[in-house]
Write a protein that binds this ligand. Sequence first.
Ligand code: G3I
Length: 360
Amino acid sequence: MTIDNRIIGAGIFSVILLLASCAGTTDPHSNKGTLALAYKDYFPIGAAVNSSTIDSHAELITGEFSSITAENEMKPSLAYPRYNQPSFFASDEIADFARENSLIMRGHCFIWHQQTPGWFFASMGGIADRETLLGRVNDYMTLMVERYGDVVYAWDVVNEAVSDEGPEILRDSPYLEIIGEDYIAEAFRMARAADPEARLFYNDYNVLDPKKQDRIYSLLESLLAEGVPVDGIGFQGHWNVNYPDGNTLVKAIDRFAALGLEVQITELDISAYEWNDRGFSWGSGAPPEKLLEKQALRYAEIFEALRSRSDIVSGVTFWGVADDGTWLDDFPVSNRKNWPLLFNESHEPKPAYDAVMNFQ
Ligand code: G3I
C-alpha cells in the first residue's frame, strides 16, 4: 500500500465517522465530534497503544483517533528478542487492530540504544563486528516492513541518538561503538531500501531545548547534505503544564522545515510535573481542578501552534490513550500518579480535550 493509500484509508475512516454522525446511528461516537474528525483537515491524530489497551481502550481508540503507534511491541526487544527467532504475536495483534479499524500506523522504532536485545551486539565469544550488526539491523527492518508495510506509513528509523549534553553530538551507544558515526546514515539507507514508500523519521526528546536542538539540527543538516533519505523529524513532545509556549514550538517547526523536513509530534503528553520536580506529588486521588485547567491551557496553546503549521506538521500522536495507562506514573518518579492525556481514568474527556477541540 502506498503512503497515499494508507492516508486515504484514514480519510475513509473519517468520512465513515462523518456519515455515521449525520445518519444518527447508534454508534457511541455518533453524537459528538471526535479528535480525528475535528483535525481531518490538519493532520492525523494518533495514540500509542499496547497489547492491553487495544482491548481495554478499544472504543476510545477507534472512536477518537485515526493513527496508532505500538508503544513497545515493534521494538526489537519485543519483536526480535532472540537470534533468528522473531516474535510477532503482540505486534501482529496491534497491526491487525489497525487494519480492522482502518487506522494508519507509525512504526516505532528501529534503532534505539534502549529496548534492543543483547544478541544484536554480541558474537561468539565477544562483540559483533560492524558488518554483522548492520546485517542484523537490515534483517529486522526487512522483516518488519514485509509484515507491516501495508499499514505502517512512517517509521521512526533512529530514536534519541543525540546526546543531552555537549560537546559530542552523538550519545554513546553500542551502535556508535560497533558501526561508527555513519550508523545513522546506514540505518536510513537500509530503511529506504526496505520500504521505499514510507516516511522515514529521526525521533528525539527535548527538541525545544536550544542546545540540544542545535545538535539535532547539525546532525540532520549533514545527513541531508550527504543525500541520506530522512523525510522528517519527530518531536516526542514529553512536555508539562508549564512548557512549552507556542512561539518556541512554532520557531522549532519552522527551523526544521527550512531543511525540507516534515515534522510530527510523536509522543505527546503534558505532565502534571516539571522534569526536575521530583519531591512533590499531587497525591493519587482525583487531580485538582486548577491543575486540569492549567493543563488545558497548555494543550490549547500547543494545538493552536500546531494548527498554524499544518502544512509542515504531518501527524500528532499522544503517548497513550487515557490517564489510566501512562508511562509517567513511573517516570521519573516511580509510583507517582500523573494525568498527562486528554481522557481521564474513566475514559471521559478532560478539560484538555475540550481545549484541543475548541477551535471550530
Ligand atoms: O516486557 C517486560 C515484562 O516481561 C515484565 O514482566 C515487565 C516488568 O516490569 O516489564 C516489561 O517490560 C517493560 C516494557 O516497557 C514493556 O512493557 C519495561 O519494564 C518498561 O521499562 C518499558 O517501558 C517502556 C519504555 O519506553 C522503555 O524505555 C514504556 O512502556 C514506553 O512507554 C517507553 O516509550 C518511550 C519511547 O519508546 C521512546 N521515547 C520515550 C518513551 C518514554 O520512555
